[in-house]
Design a protein around this ligand. Sequence first.
Ligand code: DHB
Length: 308
Amino acid sequence: MDLSTTIAGVHFPTCLMNASGARCVTEHDLHKLGNSHAGAIVTKSMTPHERSGNPEPRYVSFDGGSINSMGLPNLGYQAYAQLIPDLRQYKKPVVASIAGLKPADFLEAVKAINVAKPDLMEINLSCPNIPGKPQIGYDFQASEELLMKIRDLAVPPIGVKLPPYFDPVHHEAMAEVLTRVGVSFISVINSVGNGLVLDAETETVVIKPKGGFGGLGGRIIKPVALANVRAFWKLVGEKIQIIGTGGVETGQDIFEHLLCGASAVQIGTVLVDEDVKVFERLKHELAGWLRKKGYDSVAECRGKLKAL
Ligand code: DHB
């Protein structure tokens, strides 16, 4: 069974990788991903300076998913620029995730990370957890202005990590921006921002930052993720490749993302729950689904979802 994929001309030995944020902050985390069955190494979203992030508790998993408000804890782009060359030993793509609190932060990080030669850059326009900083991906004009500048600076192919959209007009508006900029891939979706999870016994919220509001991930967001993969596949699938992210717990979930149009899939909540051994389980489960449905490769089933 061929579980490999190609995104923006870069070969991935398997189509499974970590979602940025999940077990990818430290040097130890990144080398563990290198030694695992993951098909790529995606870094934590990086900012100009090291950040310790929001106060704890800031990540809680519950039956059906997770809520987080991490607040971009990361080592700062200079540290990742030093680490990335060493991560290339694992013979799988290295994807640098770039974030920022203001546009200039992104440009600074892109310039520094160019030198480290990651295979791809994933520009994160969808962090929901910085108090007072709205997700850039919900402002189409600001997204376009920033992406145009990044496109002109970045050496490796760039992709964009998008927030979920809930209206076709918004999918269309973002598809037009992505087409004008000419991005190579998109990762959809980031966590469903600003959800609220309670503990009824203690009558409290479960995470501390932002009064308990945080990004939702895991099984409960799968229908939103699939809808966004499908919507963008229909709008830009011929020009822009899609990495499906959201609600992947099993091989069946990966198969569903591929049917909707994803070329690869990222794993967040279950990677945090099960650690890197999850990739081996998911590889076997995906191979089983493809075999059962008569496909020989990931490429063959991509986008094959049928309408009624
Ligand atoms: C964080 C969360 C995100 O969903 C994201 O895209 C970037 C950062 C965070 O809270 O660290």
